[in-house]
Design a binder for this molecule. Sequence first.
Ligand SMILES: *[C@@H]1O[C@H](CO)[C@@H](O)[C@H](O)[C@H]1NC(C)=O
Ligand SMILES: *[C@@H]1O[C@H](CO)[C@@H](O)[C@H](O)[C@H]1NC(C)=O
Length: 251
Amino acid sequence: MRSALLLAAWPLLASAVPNAKRQTATKTLIPTTSFTEFDTYWDDLYPWGTDHNGGARMNASQVSVSDGVLTLTATPVSGQPPATNGGVEYQIHYLSGAIHAKQTFAVAKGGGFDFTGEFKATTTKGTWPAFWLTAVSGWPPEIDMAEWKGSGDISFNTFNTSSEVAAHDVAYPNSGDWHMIKAELRDEDGSTVRVKFYMDGVEQTTQYGKNYINAGLYLIINLQMEGSSGSPGPDSNVEYSVRNLEVVSYQ
Ligand SMILES: *[C@@H]1O[C@H](CO)[C@@H](O)[C@H](O)[C@H]1NC(C)=O
Ligand SMILES: *[C@@H]1O[C@H](CO)[C@@H](O)[C@H](O)[C@H]1NC(C)=O
């Protein structure tokens, strides 16, 4: 019965295929082993330095790799000067970890990329781990392939402008477990990039970035604190871990 059903279904699947554009990955840009060859693929901190829009100052001392797993640790600290971002001052209450890929990524006409990884992310108030892409020059583009803003949700966001944002929040199951996140970026129409977001193999949402074609993107993994995730944050160390991170190109 089972095989008869499969046989019966096959012609339908086969006839559907010629209409679908079948794309094959052309190149692995970042392999799943990249954290063990850290200096080949990654640099510490944000591309622009140690500070951003929250209460953590990034420092290489907070980044470690063991058995292929990247761990970023936020540690409470006092006596640091404040950070300033966009005219806003942020009191620094933590040293934490951020890394960014040495290469940048720009979706070409007809092309795209898949960004995949497994994540163990904290959802405690005041913790703001993220896996995201942001503009090399100007802003936007920004695609938050996953961020956790201390609420128990995971957020998927794409910005056209600061006020025109597609934002999708989903309850994040079992934050102590590993979860697989994937973002598929593809040319939609020669100027817009289509982003499909997946968690644990299940599609979560599709968003569209205006004029994202040919726009360079930094890939960043960081454990920011407080800021959008609320305050005060925890008064002891917290961790954010990533493994099997991979970037493949379709262009
Ligand atoms: C990282 O921390 C160490 C010691 O806490 C400090 O000496 C160093 O300046 C820090 N680096 C940055 C980039 O802030
Ligand atoms: C962003 O722009 C794209 C392309 O025009 C559009 O499809 C999408 O709906 C826009 N997103 C938002 C949140 O308006």
